[in-house]
Design a protein around this ligand. Structure first.
Ligand code: ADP
Ligand code: MG
Length: 256
C-alpha cells in the first residue's frame, strides 16, 4: 500500500495533564490513514472520537507519542509549516457548521482564500464554481441564519473545499441534518473520495452514514476497539457489520 498521509504512533492525549483533574482521553493509539481512504469512526459519546481526529490532524497536539504527516513528524515542524500544511491539504467540516453569522455565505466561503492572499477576481471565480457544484449559487448573498440547516452545511462544505483539500476531516457532519440532506452530503463526500481521490476521516453517530466509508473503526474509552474494512462487501453487508459492532458494544455495556 502507498505511504500513510497521517500516522499516529503511541498517541496519547491527557487533558489537564499534571493537574488534579487530569483525564486521559486517548490511551495508546497506533493508526495510519492511507491516501484515498474514507474512514468512518463511531463510538459512544465521550469515547474520544473528536479528540482522536483533532490530534491526528494537527488541530490539537497529543500529550505523548508522535503524529506524522507524509512521514514528517508534526513536532519537528514549525507553526508556519503546519499552517501551510493545513491550508494546502486540509478541509474541515463540523456538526455546527461553524459559519460566522455576521458574514454572508459568500464571505464565509471566501475566508480561506482571502487569508491566502488571492485576488478578488480569483476568489469570485472559484466561489462561483464550487457554489454551482453544491447548488447554493443563488444563496451566496444570504447570511447563515437566513438559510436552512442543509443550505448552511453546503455553505460550510464549499468553504472546506475551496482550497481543493486532499484530506477532509469531518466531525459528525450530518449531526444537524435531516435524513435527505444527510444522504445528499454522503453522496458529495463519496464522489470526492471516489472520483477525486480525496482522503476522508469522518466521525458519525449513524451506522448508515458510516457505511459510506471504506474502513470503519469503533472507539471506546479512548481505545480503538474494532476495525472493519469494507473490501468486497456490498454497502448493505458492510452496514450490517457496523450495526453488529455497535450492538455487541452496547450489549457489553448492559452486561456491565
Ligand atoms: P467524543 O467526540 O467521542 O464524544 P471527545 O473526544 O470530545 O469525545 O471527549 C473524550 C473525553 O475527553 C470526554 O470524557 C470529554 O469529557 C473529555 N474532554 C474533551 N475535551 C476536553 C477538554 N478540552 N478538557 C477536558 N476534558 C475534555
Ligand atoms: Mg465529538
Amino acid at each position: 500500500m502507498n505511504n500513510p498521509v497521517l500516522r499516529a504512533e503511541h498517541m496519547k492525549k491527557i487533558y489537564n495533564a499534571g493537574k488534579e483533574n487530569a483525564f486521559e482521553a486517548l490511551h495508546d493509539i497506533n493508526f495510519s490513514v492511507y491516501e484515498g481512504e474514507f474512514i468512518g469512526i463511531m463510538g459512544p459519546s465521550g469515547s474520544g472520537k473528536s479528540t482522536f481526529i483533532n490530534n491526528i490532524s494537527t488541530i490539537d497536539i497529543p500529550t505523548e507519542g508522535s503524529v506524522y504527516i507524509h512521514d514528517k513528524e508534526v513536532r519537528s515542524m514549525s507553526e508556519d509549516e503546519i499552517g501551510v500544511f493545513r491550508y494546502e491539504n486540509l478541509g474541515f467540516i463540523f456538526q455546527y457548521f461553524n459559519l460566522l453569522d455576521t458574514h454572508t455565505l459568500y464571505e464565509n466561503i471566501a475566508m480561506p482564500l482571502s487569508l491566502a492572499g488571492r485576488t478578488d477576481a480569483q476568489i469570485h471565480d472559484r466561489i462561483q464554481e464550487i457554489a454551482g457544484k453544491m447548488n447554493i449559487a443563488g444563496l451566496l448573498v444570504k447570511y447563515p441564519y437566513e438559510c436552512s440547516g442543509g443550505q448552511r452545511q453546503r455553505g460550510a462544505i464549499c468553504r472546506a473545499l475551496i482550497n481543493d483539500p486532499k484530506l477532509i476531516i469531518a466531525d459528525e457532519p450530518t449531526g444537524n441534518l435531516d435524513s435527505r440532506n444527510s444522504t445528499e452530503l454522503m453522496k458529495i463526500l463519496q464522489d470526492l473520495n471516489q472520483k477525486e481521490g480525496v482522503t476522508i476521516v469522518m466521525v458519525t453517530h449513524d451506522p448508515l452514514i458510516a457505511s459510506y466509508s471504506t474502513r470503519f473503526i469503533y472507539i471506546h474509552d479512548g481505545n480503538i476497539e474494532t476495525e472493519i474494512k469494507r473490501g468486497g462487501m456490498t454497502q448493505e453487508e458492510y452496514f450490517r457489520r457496523i450495526v453488529d459492532v455497535n450492538a455487541d458494544e452496547s450489549r457489553e455495556v448492559l452486561a456491565g
